[in-house]
Design a protein around this ligand. Sequence first.
Ligand SMILES: C[S@@+](CC[C@H](N)C(=O)[O-])C[C@H]1O[C@@H](n2cnc3c(N)ncnc32)[C@H](O)[C@@H]1O
Length: 176
Amino acid sequence: MTVDIAIWAMVLAIIVSIFASTMFTGASPVPTSASVRDTMLAMLPQRIDGPIYELGSGWGGLARVLAGRYPDSPVRGFEISLLPWAVSAVRLKLGGPDNLCFRYQDFNKADLSGAALVVCYLPGPPMEKLRPKLEAELRPGTLVLSNTFALRGWQAIDTRTAPDMYRSQVYLYRVE
Ligand SMILES: C[S@@+](CC[C@H](N)C(=O)[O-])C[C@H]1O[C@@H](n2cnc3c(N)ncnc32)[C@H](O)[C@@H]1O
């Protein structure tokens, strides 16, 4: 009985935690699907010379794939939802890779100026909030890759449609 209550309390705490951070950020921790991820990876160059930042890294799956694809680049995931961040951090502790890290941090408060590639999957309001920060901080040449949501007023250098059931759009930008 006590175990049952503890389990239910834990499940409730998890649900409340995810709900609260979704309300706070305007983005739930829905992961990029495998087919959209493959489309995203196909749009990127062979080499990225510098750090890769994933803004809102969720459960860490996409950051992990990016770290594998670019072993010479440090990959940093920023995530503010406690449970997805904790799952990413534990998986990382258990098996690396060494070029990956996850920060429990609001990316709106982070310095993004060092990035060579920024990756995100953020719906309209958080994306719109992020836009002026990207414009102010990213250096010319920095790539920005976005799943589904376009950056208003930016001209994509490549746009592709993923073969998933939603025909998700993926946008690649280069900062001028
Ligand atoms: C739709 S999910 C995408 C997860 C992952 N990027 C992927 O593509 O699989 C968006 C994530 O961004 C996180 N997020 C939204 N705003 C954030 C912020 N200001 N700082 C850190 N994380 C944020 C949310 O908690 C959520 O986990």
